[in-house]
Design a binder for this molecule. Structure first.
Ligand code: CP
Length: 326
């Protein structure tokens, strides 16, 4: 049987009829299962195109403003690479201290300005709700690249794509999230997003002071997804299909002494991974500090570097969607 074509690109079509045309991407709560399957399909086509031709002109003439108030390597550079691989151009603002932000310009005024020059704005900001505020004032689609300890929806989408590409399914999985579940916005977004799939079980392993926030757990529970909390991986790891490791987020602690107490709570090593399944994956949004030993990197289950690459394809898909070309 020939594979069903998903026809993701609309190079000559009426852009304004594309379902995600002009929309902001602020939270994973915006997506239903059909949307997620669609994103996976478009991202997969992007992967094929990048592997086949490298760069192509789907977004030729379009401009991305990449506005980062917090440090980033992967999100910032993968959005820039995504736009350039699609033939578009980028206004990079990674050092806001060299922009008019340093003169006291407000976020609404900054994004209003960028909305005059760009077709889409990607923003990372330390405050929860900042991307939604930007979307109100930009006049162009805004994509949330992380708002403080709030959400990181494009990371969750690339995490979902990684699981699908690596394990071939998104249903009937045991996903164990490990580390800083309080401040780690990627796990807030991913746990919400995984409620769209069937037969998901979520384990949360963290120090007591870094537990998954109650509001996230309540939302997940309301969708009927099983959740369990534990201070250790003992008993949890052998049943895990996806181990999602996170960094303890030093920058969000007020008291350095408290950070020091929990910073090395978990370290994944080949020895720690001995009881894990042979067919499972270890993910990490990166950057890592010391929570995964480099000695584990050659293990085929170490999916975290492949995960970074999948981010390029997902961000290409999202840019094409909000600009009416997918
Ligand atoms: N995963 C992630 O958001 O990485 P960066 O902080 O490098 O963008």
């Amino acid at each position: 049987m020939p594979k069903k074509s998903i026809r993701p690109f609309l190079p000559f079509g009426d852009q304004q009829t594309a379902p995600w045309y002009g929309k902001a991407i602020l939270s994973v709560k915006q997506f239903n299962r059909n949307d997620l399957e669609y994103i996976i399909g478009v991202a997969h086509e992007m992967r094929v195109m990048v592997e086949r031709v490298g760069t192509f002109d789907l977004l030729k003439g379009k401009i991305l403003a990449n506005l980062f108030y917090e440090p980033s390597t992967r999100t910032s550079s993968s959005f820039m690479a995504a736009m350039q691989r699609l033939g578009g151009a980028v206004i990079p603002i990674s050092e806001v201290r060299y922009s008019s932000v340093a003169k006291g310009e407000s976020l609404p005024d900054t994004v209003r300005t960028l909305g005059c020059y760009a077709d889409v704005i990607v923003i990372r900001h330390p405050e929860i709700g900042s991307a939604a505020l930007a979307a109100k004032h930009a006049g162009k689609p805004v994509i949330n690249a992380g708002d403080g300890a709030g959400e990181h929806p494009t990371q969750a989408l690339l995490d979902m794509f990684t699981i699908r590409e690596e394990l071939g399914r998104l249903d009937n999985l045991t996903v164990t999230m490990l580390g800083d579940l309080k401040y780690g916005r990627t796990v807030h977004s991913l746990s919400r997003l995984l409620t769209q799939f069937d037969g998901i079980k979520l384990n949360y392993v963290s120090p007591d002071i870094l537990r998954m926030p109650k509001d996230v757990m309540d939302e997940v529970a309301a969708k009927g997804v099983a959740q369990a909390q534990s201070p250790t991986l003992d008993g949890v790891l052998p049943k895990t299909d996806v181990l999602y490791v996170t960094r303890v987020q030093q920058e969000r602690f007020e008291d350095p002494a408290v950070y020091s107490k929990v910073k090395s709570a978990y370290i994944i090593t080949p020895e720690v991974m001995a009881p894990a399944k042979e067919k499972m994956i270890v993910m990490h949004p990166l950057p890592r500090v010391a929570e995964i030993s480099m000695a584990f990197d050659p293990d085929p289950r170490a999916a975290y570097f492949r995960q970074m690459e999948y981010g390029l394809y997902v961000r290409m898909a999202l840019l094409a969607m909000v600009l009416g070309k997918a």
